[in-house]
Ligand binder design. Structure first.
Ligand SMILES: CC(C)(COP(=O)(O)OP(=O)(O)OC[C@H]1O[C@@H](n2cnc3c(N)ncnc32)[C@H](O)[C@@H]1OP(=O)(O)O)[C@@H](O)C(=O)NCCC(=O)NCCS
Length: 209
């Protein structure tokens, strides 16, 4: 893959940089801590419906970046930071979290000033394309039952509603009780990784094709 750095880790290694129509996605570095903290991870409105506690100190963000490193080392894939297409502005983050070689979950978070531009849908489509290229069979995502915007993003990106998981996880920025979530997924098991659809979502290190 031209322009893409590859990891040798299991399962096959994802590109460390992806480019979509309007966005650049790249593997996070420890030096990104300040930007991640300031742009979205410490924002109480942004983190309301997330499964991780809002970051209150830079060390919280460093823990996330260490987690990212361990995911990339183990799976050859993990979180991505999302930038504007001139790479000047950190907008948010996304990624794939592997549970096994064929099963991964995904998610997305954007700084408040980046909401409402279709960016979440664009990166989620890129994650579907990436999952296909890595031979993932089942890609899923969950959201809080009240999170209409997130549901809408999943529907626009082609995910299908699987059902409601009762009292599934806690949302630490809302309260201590376990809450119901809606589960969405995409079955990729019938698609060959090098099929035409597999090449269509994001270009590793280059423009969308
Ligand atoms: C949720 C989030 C990712 C959406 O990002 P985004 O880039 O604004 O999403 P998009 O523009 O691609 O699409 C949002 C869709 O939701 C719709 N929407 C927004 N708020 C909504 C609401 N309260 N009710 C119903 N639909 C809503 C938008 O109209 C749009 O749909 P449309 O294109 O059909 O009009 C963003 O708000 C965010 O980062 N929130 C904080 C982190 C978070 O909650 N992440 C998801 C955890 S599951």
């Amino acid at each position: 893959m031209a322009g893409a750095e590859r990891s040798n880790s299991f399962p096959s290694g994802a590109p460390e940089r992806l480019v979509t129509e309007r966005l650049i996605l790249r593997r996070p570095l420890q030096s990104d801590a300040d930007a991640v903290f300031l742009r979205y991870a410490s924002d109480s409105e942004v983190t309301r419906y997330l499964a991780w506690p809002r970051h209150t100190a830079l060390d919280d963000t460093r823990v996330f970046l260490s987690y990212s490193e361990s995911e990339w080392r183990r799976w050859g894939c993990g979180p991505y930071l999302v930038y504007s297409d001139d790479a000047s502005r950190l907008l948010g983050s996304t990624g794939l979290a592997f549970e096994s070689p064929g099963i991964a979950s995904t998610g997305y978070v954007f700084a408040r000033d980046a909401w409402g531009h279709g960016y979440a849908t664009e990166v989620l489509r890129a994650m579907v394309g990436l999952a296909r290229s890595l031979d993932v069979k089942w890609l899923y995502a969950i959201c809080h039952v009240d999170h209409r915007a997130s549901e809408r993003v999943m529907i626009k990106a082609g995910f299908r509603k699987e059902g409601i998981l009762k009292r599934h996880i806690t949302f630490p920025n809302i309260g201590p009780s376990r809450a119901d979530v809606i589960s969405y997924g995409i079955d990729l098991s019938h698609e060959a990784p090098d099929s035409p659809r597999a090449a269509g979502s994001a270009a590793p290190g280059g423009r969308r094709r």
